[in-house]
Design a protein around this ligand. Sequence first.
Ligand code: C5P
Length: 292
Amino acid sequence: MHLEKTSFCKVNLLLNILGKRPDGFHELETIMQPIAIYDSLRLERAAMGIRLTCSNPALPVDSGNLVYRAAEVFLKAAGIPEGVVLHLEKKIPLAAGVGGGSGNAAAALLGLNELFGHPLGEQELSSMAANLGSDVPFFLQEKPALATGRGENVRPLSAFKALEGKAILLVHPGFGVSTPWAYQNLGRFPEVLNGQPGRAQRLLELLQVPDASAAAAQFYNSLEFPVLEKYPILGLYQEFLKAEGALGTLMSGSGSTTFAIVQDTRNGEQLRERFLGRFGATNWTAVVELRG
Ligand code: C5P
């Protein structure tokens, strides 16, 4: 018996860091928007052990891969003596700030639970997800969400009116950014490291109104401070996208993916062409319609 699961990705419309915690993680408030670009995961029951293969040779296929770790903790917690064979087909770029690996881990947990007859409940899956990574619980559901704590407290929200019918252009420069590096280097920007709560509430109010530009004016990501300083090209991307008519731009997560909100997919395709003409075709790009 086998099963196919897809896993989507996300952008952060807001990532406001509120300070460093005693456990080394950072307290934050973030607004996450699901994006319809998918990896897929094939799962099949096996007599014993965990075997993972992946379409992208740059990814480890042992416990260095979140999918493998998800399978390990799931089988142990559910007390399943059998094993599983997994194949991960990657489309989402790596170390890109769009949660590809976290989404894969969530798909693995949901898929394994289905494959073995639902031995675990929602609560157990949620806490297992949070142990795998701060963003993993968000990917157990499919809605836009407000996440707090270190990112693991997820409040699902209805679709944002401001984004209804709009499209998003994602651009990735071909290099990734290390998430721990980005967080560690926030220390050089003390006011940004200790941000004030409330930005999320203000942006959520604007996202309920059908005016994308007004909402986009409040997009904010604390991690842009260290990341754009180290990689100024990412700041130039945003300047260019805005000058060429984007309604709003921001870096997602710890980068390096940068996104632009545009009127519709036709606008997105035109902006993509101009972006590639300016910055070169080695960039990874995608245009996706937003369901709001
Ligand atoms: O939770 P996750 O494994 O995705 O986090 C990766 C790294 O990002 C952590 O090891 C930590 O350095 C940093 N991080 C953080 N505060 C958060 C989330 C992540 O410091 N809220």
